[in-house]
Design a protein around this ligand. Structure first.
Ligand code: URA
Length: 257
């Protein structure tokens, strides 16, 4: 058998195996990974006041059509999605990239910009280069232990904020991405991601950052300013660094931050 044929065979077997596993699992796979339990313990211990935590249960609301999809199938669906009008102007949808199996962190941004739309990859423009530096500072990278995605997968015209209807249409993809890749923690950069993941739609970034939230009652979420906002206003650098240190103490519970 030649290599190409062998790879196709292997892919088919893996698809079949995933299908079997998924039928046996409940719609929302529950994480029973010990390290995750430790993270939850750490999240409880972390120096945040009790009233600052917010529980937002979401993953069990994913419609079955999507909750049964693998990451690959979801990505293919997104590439030809027409659930909102953003599809009409896109060059490429930007699904997400990075470590897709239990990454330490899943970074969630706002939506693709010009370069992302052209390449189909998240955070590859100036804000992305800056984000990569933040990640590196706390031992993370998209090549090894971090997954990067956005609230909306298609570029809003002139990089405007995504509208409510667009976020609503797209959020199911993000939720299914989270359910499939099961990150240890989530870093929301910017307001659209921070308000969506916390469920606190009318909050400001200043009120969301500096706190610890739990997404779906289990995944620690840290919200911070968007790298593009920090590039415009360097005074935001210090609060971002504090947020990154807190994130680091959550994903590395043995290191005192
Ligand atoms: N800004 C975002 O929020 N996401 C990207 O992918 C790029 C820029």
């Amino acid at each position: 058998m030649n290599t190409k044929k062998a790879l196709t065979e292997l892919n088919n077997i893996m698809d079949l195996y995933e299908g079997v596993l998924r039928k046996k699992l409940p719609v929302k796979p529950k994480k029973i990974d010990f390290s995750q339990e430790k993270v939850k313990e750490k999240a409880k211990d972390t120096a945040v006041k009790k009233e600052e935590r917010h529980v937002h249960s979401t993953l069990n609301t994913i419609p079955e059509d999507f909750s049964q999809m693998s990451l690959e199938k979801l990505g293919a669906y997104v590439n030809s999605c027409t659930r909102c009008s953003l599809c009409s102007q896109r060059t490429h949808a930007v699904f997400g990239e990075g470590c897709a199996i239990h990454p330490k962190v899943m970074v969630i941004g706002e939506g693709p910009g010009e370069k992302e739309d052209l390449t189909g990859r998240p955070f590859v423009g100036p804000a992305g280069e800056y984000l990569d530096k933040w990640l590196k500072a706390i031992g993370l990278s998209r090549e090894t232990n971090t997954y990067i995605a956005n609230v909306v997968k298609c570029r809003p015209p002139q990089n405007r904020d995504p509208e409510m209807g667009e976020k609503e249409a797209c959020k199911v993809f993000l939720y299914q991405q989270i359910a499939l890749i099961m990150p240890t923690a989530i870093l929301c950069v910017g307001k659209p991601a921070s308000t969506l993941l916390t469920g606190l739609e009318d909050s400001t970034m200043a009120s969301l950052r500096g706190k610890l939230f739990l997404f779906d009652s289990s995944i620690p979420v840290i919200c911070t300013y968007h790298p593009a906002a920090v590039l415009r206003n360097m005074e935001l650098k210090r609060p971002v660094w504090e947020d990154l240190k807190r994130l680091s103490s959550i994903i590395n519970p043995q290191i005192r931050g």
